[in-house]
Design a protein around this ligand. Structure first.
Ligand code: ADP
Ligand code: MG
Length: 238
């Protein structure tokens, strides 16, 4: 579970064409990184996959089911944003529990899931603090924890480390890799940072102006860039 397919997905806002026919097949358990310059349509593409927004044409399916035919709560997708989007008036624990309580999950199961996520992300020591009392890195761990407790089919992460300082970004990058190794859940990760893409991805999707320039493993893109743009962007000499 966790295969995501995109078939000729287009998206416009009024007369602004943002996505021009995106085709992509993401395998179960893959760590796929969308990379490209600011404004190339990465977030827009992720939002279409999440079902937060609807393409003008084309289809997106998760495990063979069209995203927009499945109620949001049943899609099995968990999103993590750059801005954390934690509830400031709730404790860390309440933030983690909130979505599960809304889904009427039994209390004991909620406790189990929170304990497991807290162990994995080492956030157990500040479960009773509020987001305002945490550092940026701690907050981002909580945001990831909130995705993990939902036990999703796929994680969709939009520049989750962009707000962190360089040192923390590097350590969180390693943690995300370890998390993926452990959970083996499909991850789609958006970034404009080439180094992040190269170090995290099983496969990289290079976007430019709402089109896919190339899809491949980091090594493939590095050794055989399809064009000068990819070469320049990934950093190999062309
Ligand atoms: P990226 O995440 O790669 O930086 P975005 O997907 O956020 O890029 O944006 C791609 C383009 O689509 C930009 O030109 C942006 O201004 C435009 N865009 C995104 N969302 C909207 C919207 N809701 N209304 C109008 N234009 C939008
Ligand atoms: Mg974006």
């Amino acid at each position: 579970m966790g295969r995501i397919t995109l078939d000729k997905v287009t998206k416009s806002f009024g007369s602004v064409h943002v996505l021009h026919g995106i085709d992509l097949d993401i395998q179960d358990g893959e760590f796929v990184v969308f990379v490209g310059p600011s404004g190339c349509g990465k977030s827009t593409l992720l939002r279409q996959i999440a079902g937060l927004d609807k393409p003008n044409s084309g289809e997106i399916a998760i495990d063979g089911k069209r995203v927009n035919d499945v109620p949001a709560a049943d899609r099995g997708l968990a999103m993590v944003f750059q801005s954390y989007a934690l509830y400031p008036h709730m404790s860390v624990k309440q933030n983690l529990a909130f979505g599960l309580e809304n889904a009427r999950m039994p209390k004991a199961e909620i406790e189990n899931r929170i304990a497991e996520a807290a162990r994995m992300l080492e956030i157990g020591d500040y479960l009773h603090r509020r987001p305002g009392q945490l550092s940026g890195g701690q907050r981002q761990r909580v945001a990831i924890g909130r995705a993990i407790v939902r036990n999703p089919t796929a994680f969709l992460l939009d520049e989750p480390l962009s707000n962190l300082d360089a040192e923390l970004r590097i350590s969180m990058r390693a943690e995300l890799s370890a998390l993926h190794q452990r959970l083996k859940t499909t991850m789609i990760y958006v970034t404009h940072d080439q180094v992040e893409a190269m170090t995290l991805a099983n496969r990289i999707v290079v976007l430019r102006g709402g089109r896919i320039e190339q899809v491949g493993t980091p090594l493939e893109l590095y050794n055989r860039p399809a064009n000068r743009f990819v070469a320049g962007f990934i950093g190999a000499p062309s």
